[in-house]
Design a protein around this ligand. Structure first.
Ligand code: ZN
Length: 203
């Protein structure tokens, strides 16, 4: 057993790409114990994120990908909590659409293990929705944070620049459907699902 828990809120703002802007609600996920936590993605509002963090030390800001609705306030949050931003380097072109004069601090890579409290998250590189999209899997917690790679109802969107449908399907089948079927999927937008439910739907 671990003392690490998952805290969640929903925060609202906009997503822009390819000249279009949409209103979006983003899930905000914070993983940690009473002392320290990881913030998964930094959408829309530093205030909303800090409300979930509370008085805990933020160990890192881990970005599932660099669409602006997931990284917009990452640099401002970094300022506020003095924690490094982690991103897969393949998402650099997307990051630079939002943040032209500052970078993230450390690269994520497939198979990387991130320690938090008495447990770990494993980085799964799952390109397709974005070239540097990653999922974060916790065997102890029985859950995976999928960003926009897998939602309740199927794969994330692949209609815009830097996305590719065959690539996302390969990623999901190779990396996510390899996880235990009862693994809870915490998504970037909308409701939770499970690996088994999505595997049945995509078969
Ligand atoms: Zn996205």
């Amino acid at each position: 057993m671990t003392d690490v828990r998952v805290d969640h809120a929903v925060t609202s703002g906009t997503f822009s790409l390819d000249g279009e802007t949409h209103q979006v609600d983003n899930n905000l996920w914070v993983v940690g114990d009473d002392q320290e936590c990881l913030v998964i993605d930094a959408p829309h509002s530093v205030e909303d994120i800090l409300a979930v963090v509370g008085d805990r030390r933020v160990k890192a800001i881990v970005c599932t990908h660099a669409h602006d609705d997931h990284v917009r306030v990452a640099p401002a949050l970094r300022e506020a909590v003095r924690a490094p931003i982690l991103l897969h380097p393949d998402d650099r072109p997307l990051w630079e659409l939002t943040h032209t004069d500052e970078l993230w601090d450390a690269d994520l890579s497939d198979g990387q293990v991130i320690e938090i409290g008495d447990t770990t998250l494993t980085v799964l590189h799952t390109p397709g929705h974005a070239p540097g999209a990653v999922c974060l899997w916790s065997a102890d917690l029985g859950c995976v944070f999928t960003g926009d790679t897998l939602f309740q109802g199927g794969p994330g969107a692949t209609g815009r620049s830097f996305s590719d449908r065959p690539t996302i399907e390969t990623s999901i089948k190779a990396k996510l459907f390899a996880l235990p079927g009862d693994t809870v999927v915490h998504t970037g937008h909308g409701d939770d699902t499970t690996i088994a439910a999505e595997e049945a739907a995509l078969a």
